[in-house]
Ligand binder design. Structure first.
Ligand SMILES: [Zn+2]
Length: 102
């Protein structure tokens, strides 16, 4: 399988380390600037095994060492695109802001 790194171009998947779904936002900070234990527990250990189109973190660990989000179908393994992780979250935030303004 090949994965497109926005920085390096098309690279073999063996250069990347999958790091899980990019769709679960980190829990908000609670008292003492720490996430609530239950929210943190869920974030770290309770994950869905989503079937279909997903957004997943990959670390280009044997390349530029940047974090990217790969858009992949877990049923067909088709990779439909990828973006830098920072750009992905900026787009997510803009979409949320747009929806909140409606
Ligand atoms: Zn790269």
């Amino acid at each position: 399988m090949l994965i497109f790194c926005p920085h390096c171009g098309m690279r073999p998947s063996e250069e990347f380390t999958p790091k899980g779904l990019a769709e679960a936002p980190r829990p908000a900070l609670g008292g003492d600037d720490r996430p609530e234990d239950d929210a943190w527990q869920d974030y770290l250990h309770t994950r869905t095994n989503k079937a279909g189109q997903t957004n997943e973190y990959f670390h280009h660990s044997l390349g530029c060492r940047r974090w990217i989000v790969v858009h992949r179908n877990t049923l067909t393994h088709e990779v439909t695109g990828s973006t830098m992780a920072s750009e992905f979250w900026q787009n997510q935030q803009q979409a949320q802001d747009w929806e909140a303004g409606q």
